[in-house]
Write a protein that binds this ligand. Structure first.
Ligand code: IMP
Length: 196
């Protein structure tokens, strides 16, 4: 069995990454650590900085950066999603969207490295922002995000339902395809590793 060390402070992400990679025969070890997040417009730049900062892990290191992007708010909260939520919760977003289009998407970028080799993978899920929070599953903005094709929020679905279509599921399954055998994994998300 191959081990992958996921470096993050977020237990919600870590649970999801472990569940998403299990069918690929990959065991995820969670290293709880705060990594530097440079002020950057792109998740990819944050992921590169996170990978640079981890130097003491043997084998495969995995990091992730993600955010909720709302086009009618010029992409906000985007790369500032974690910080904004901690201070303001959902109130200001729900207030602003009373008069603006509610379309939104989550994006996840994961970085994988082993020695000098690096790969990045990305995934997105489109949907809309609910009028009020609902559900208690998941984490972060899950209570206000309704994925396209659903009539409830991510927080009202099960972990399996979310992982099957989520931005993180789509990004992390590419790690599974690159590193493991995947008898029961959906082929549609497969992609060759992009080496940097
Ligand atoms: P970061 O990747 O540590 O910068 O944090 C990303 C932030 O985006 C999280 O703390 C959440 O607030 C939000 N976010 C990312 N992915 C999800 C998700 O799957 N559900 C809900 N919120 C998410």
């Amino acid at each position: 069995m191959t081990d992958v060390t996921f470096v993050s402070t977020n237990p919600g992400k870590s649970r999801e990454v472990a569940a998403i990679l299990a069918p690929y025969g990959l065991r995820v070890r969670w290293k709880r650590r705060t990594l530097p997040e440079p002020q950057a417009e792109e998740l990819e730049a944050v992921v590169a900085a996170k990978l640079d900062a981890v130097r003491d892990v043997r084998g495969y290191t995995l990091v992730e950066d993600s955010g909720l992007f709302i086009p009618s708010l010029a992409g906000f909260p985007g790369v500032y999603s974690a910080h904004f939520l901690k201070i303001w919760k959902f109130g200001p977003i729900l207030e602003l969207l009373r008069t603006r289009p509610r379309a939104a998407y989550f994006r996840s970028v994961v970085g994988l490295k082993r020695g000098p080799k690096r790969w990045t993978f990305a995934g997105e899920v489109v949907g809309s922002i609910a009028e009020r929070p609902a559900g208690s599953g998941g984490f972060g903005y899950d209570p206000i995000f309704v994925p396209h094709g659903w009539s409830r929020t991510f927080a009202e679905g099960t972990a399996e339902e979310k992982n099957a279509i989520s931005h993180r599921g789509r990004a992390v399954r590419q790690v599974g395809v690159a590193l493991g055998a995947a008898p029961d994994a959906p082929a549609s998300d497969a992609a060759a590793p992009r080496r940097r």
